[in-house]
Design a binder for this molecule. Structure first.
Ligand SMILES: Cc1cc2nc3c(=O)[nH]c(=O)nc-3n(C[C@H](O)[C@H](O)[C@H](O)COP(=O)(O)O)c2cc1C
Length: 332
């Protein structure tokens, strides 16, 4: 950890099914400089789809959240941005998705499918820039597959269209989330573009944050899977940047954060939905703690939030009784 501690922004990535308002609040409270909604379909938003507005729910506790959208048709993008997004004062920024590999999205020519046509990339980006005064960013991948790696060309199209910055997830569409993210490609993009480049892929620890910046010289870092069940990574990075010792995460803090996420979720969502949606979060949060598998199974059987809170209390007592002082502060 000997590199200079230049304060480069660290962002929570858009994550479908994960980065709802509750989790974004927690990431922000732990020090994330920016957070994003999960990707929102402009086509669905055009027809005021109810589920889409649920995804876009924003709480007063959020000050750093932004919206991510996806689509293909410039006319719809323009209409939706002008009529439905520009009026939302709490989103400073619109991030456009050109990286999603999911077959359903790809088949519709959206997400990463757009990378096959840099002219289309330019045209969409120009439409966005011309339709809003908000900051515009684009998140994309290296290319569709090994034979069509074109992130530099796409990066120039985005820069020429006037986007404020780009986020590169250093994998191809074909790789989905497999294989190591190629940080050297992020560096090449950074060397080639004038607009800021944010590095994304495989940052799970403070060391990864330091290394990705050192290797790519990027202007910031976006964290996705490394924040799932571990929003504490933002606080740890902030500790490092402030020259403090990187703080450990205790099981007490983990359990308290799970409870807070339930409370934040219950404030705007139906209890049954929360109980259901929170199961995966709990699994990620407690991974690595003693008896996590048994406890997770029990959480998956609960039906009400009260049952879950009781279970969390029971788990906390179990961990307290079975761990000595040293281990307690050293769990994650
Ligand atoms: C469950 C899941 C959901 C995701 N949803 C989105 C999304 O809505 N929008 C997006 O741009 N990327 C999405 N991604 C991609 C991540 O934002 C990120 O680019 C990718 O996981 C690589 O970063 P990581 O190695 O830090 O996980 C998703 C990834 C996962 C695992």
């Amino acid at each position: 950890m000997s590199q200079s501690r230049e304060n480069k922004s660290v962002m929570l990535a858009p994550l479908a099914g994960v980065t709802d308002s509750a989790f974004r609040v927690i990431a922000e409270e732990n020090g994330a400089d920016k957070t994003f909604t999960e990707m929102v379909s402009v086509n669905a938003l055009r027809y005021d789809n109810r589920a889409t507005y649920d995804i876009m729910y924003h709480s007063d506790l959020e000050h750093k959240s932004n919206i991510q959208i996806f689509g293909r048709d410039e006319d719809i993008i323009e209409e939706v941005v002008k009529d439905k997004i520009n009026i939302l004062p709490y989103y400073d920024e619109i991030c456009f998705n050109m990286g999603c590999p999911a077959p359903k999205i790809f088949k519709n020519g959206q997400g990463s499918a757009l990378l096959s046509d840099p002219h289309k990339v330019y045209s969409i980006a120009k439409t966005l820039v011309d339709s809003t005064d908000k900051i515009v960013s684009v998140k994309y991948r290296l290319g569709i597959n090994e034979d069509s790696i074109n992130y530099i060309e796409v990066g120039h199209a985005l820069e020429d269209a006037g986007v404020d910055y780009v986020i590169l997830h250093a994998r191809t569409r074909e790789q989905f989330y497999q294989g190591k993210a190629r940080w050297d490609e992020i560096r090449k993009l950074k060397e080639d573009l004038s607009i800021p480049v944010i590095a994304n892929g495989d940052v799970y620890t403070v060391e990864d944050y330091i290394n990705i910046l050192e290797q790519t010289k990027a202007d910031g870092v976006m964290i996705a899977r490394g924040a799932m069940g571990n929003p504490f990574i933002f606080r740890q990075i902030k500790d490092y940047l402030a020259g403090r010792e990187v703080s450990r995460v205790s099981f007490r803090e983990i359990l308290a954060t799970i409870k807070r996420q339930y409370d934040l979720s219950l404030a705007y969502k139906d209890e049954r939905l929360v109980v259901n949606q929170m199961r995966k979060h709990v699994g990620w949060y407690i991974k690595g703690l003693a008896q996590a598998t048994t406890f997770r199974k029990r959480v998956n059987e609960t039906k009400t939030s009260q049952e879950i809170f009781d279970l969390l209390d029971e788990y906390e007592r179990y961990l307290e009784e079975n761990y000595d002082r040293e281990e307690r502060s050293n769990i994650k």
